[in-house]
Ligand binder design. Sequence first.
Ligand code: HEC
Length: 325
Amino acid sequence: MKTAAFLRIIGFAIFGFLFLHYIGTTGEASIFIEKPWLWGAFGILMLIYIAGEVCIAALSSILYRSLKPEKQAKYDEDLVLAKENQFSWIKTTYKNLLGTKPVEEEGEIVLDHNYDGIRELDNKLPPWWVYGFYATIIFAIAYMVNYHVFDGTDQIEEYQIALAEAKIEIEDYKKTAKDLIDINTVVRLTKASDLDAGKGIFTGNCVACHKADGGGGIGPNLTDDHWILGGGIKNVFEVISEGGRAGKGMVSWKAELKPAEMAQVASYVLSLHGTNPADPKEPEGEIWVDPSAPVEEVEVNVKDDKEVEVMIEDQPVTGDVVKEE
Ligand code: HEC
């Protein structure tokens, strides 16, 4: 067999592989990985193709041998000629594109001037250059009409459109990729569906230590103002994700629960705040004041000499700090 046949076989293999890969692949992995039997089918296809090439080569060799010697010589001659002229069309196209006169004909286009022996040729401009130039003129007109007559979208508008589209895409992405939440991005969820899901997770995993109503048992009361490890969505999320203090019994849940689920159960825990559990555990830890809460009104009531009651309300400030004496 000849080199050309080998090249054809290799080309066929590469083309076939890429074709199947691009046509067939739908998911992340190549179709060749998803459907390993395809390798077998591909191999059989290659065998058939190679058999075809072998048949053609054998046939032409038989035909050649059946020719008379003078015809064989003619055949060889034609083959050599065909090879020589194989790429002649490239040369002609190249010449035409350049548009210059060959050196032998330059006499026809030489100009009269003669500056100390330096003469000038009046060659035509190369067609590729001329047509390129015409193209820029047409482009310029189209451009001017579009942007200066009909007020097309300029860069800034295009940027803003792209930005708006990207925002929508990000929203969509977040909807499907809820598990991107971490301690820095978690927010308190308020939708009933999320809280219901949180309740389900709480009932399934947490009630043994925190009681069904959050009143506390082995674990602390989750309904009061007191938090050992800090209140608010971020702290609660972190405790659930990373666990409490070592040896206290509150383990890390991030291996069992997805980030979205931890956000749901954390939000559910916070929704228990202020409820009245049946048998509440003594408050543990400190009263937690949200440092990022919008504004707070602090009211200090001095009831008697020793007892000081601090009340914190989550309402916007309407007046100054009130002190009663
Ligand atoms: C094995 C018992 C146990 C289980 C189960 C358990 N906890 Fe806890 N939890 C504790 C203990 C004990 C603490 C106190 C940790 C400490 O003092 O460091 C705690 C602390 C907490 C705190 C912090 C309370 C504070 O005052 O700062 C939160 C929030 C919490 N748990 C939520 C949950 C959630 C949600 C689940 C279910 C996914 C859960 N816990 C499951 C025992 C448990």
